[in-house]
Design a protein around this ligand. Sequence first.
Ligand SMILES: O=CC(=O)O
Length: 320
Amino acid sequence: MEPNIIGVAMTNSTSSYLEQQLERRFNVFKLWECPTLDPDTAKSIRAVVCNTQAGADADLIDSLPALEMVATFSVGLDKVDLKKCMEKGIRVTNTPNVLTEDVADAAIGLAIAVLRRICECDRFVRSGSWLSREFGLTTKFSGKPIGIIGLGRIGSAIAKRAQAFGCTINYFSRTVKHHLTDYKYFPTPLELAKNSQIMFVSCALTKETKHIVNREVLDALGPNGILINVGRGAHVDQSELISALLEGRLGGAGLDVFENEPHVPEQLIHELQDKTVLLPHVGSDTIDTNIAMADLVIANLEAHFKNQPLITPCYHRSRV
Ligand SMILES: O=CC(=O)O
């Protein structure tokens, strides 16, 4: 590999560590600073590094004639036009495994924060309300029946944690995990919701999983149920979620992701302040994991340019 000759385009500035590491190895073009590339620059770019905010769509891919690889700084692939990449023989990598624990920690944190009303308690103390009254009772997390949509890496890590809290684990997944005899499979999200009090969404966003949590599923969770979404905003029909919370048909929600990030509906922010805990899509955003994800992006790029097997390929070239 000839360092600093290979052109790499970054779509967004998620990680300064990643930027520094890329700049040590490649000729980096920052598309958020200069979105339009002149034809010679465009021809020099052999890899795109993108993320969940700014992905690699068909227009970007088509504008880079020498593109060989898209490396997304995320586990989710919903912002990469995979079909286009496959058609053009462009390799794609993501950053699975290294972020699993953080996202699962955030999911459990959200569930406890909603049920035990941690943010509301915090506001109560800070506002001085405690001086005149007691806070009131909250809801127990330990021992509750939980439902997980998507028992992949992150879903399994949520299950493992919830099991340590004595929760019963129910799940809906593309396939039945016969070896996981402690966990109960349900064939539809609706059946899962009917049998769970706390529902976690942790599957990949695809055409099939868009709005997998709809009005019926929310109603099946019911007034004592809560929804935790650490997947993608579009997994949940957001306006149905808001109606269900406003009308008391759903107990509460913990959300790390939204349909139109970074825009969050006013009702979630204000009217539903005490029924929701909202995070700005930070499930995997710890210092440790940011570095691990960046190192994995770099390792994949280096493997590609040294003609070695990719560390975390999203599909195999033989299938292209
Ligand atoms: O949302 C975060 C990711 O896909 O890594």
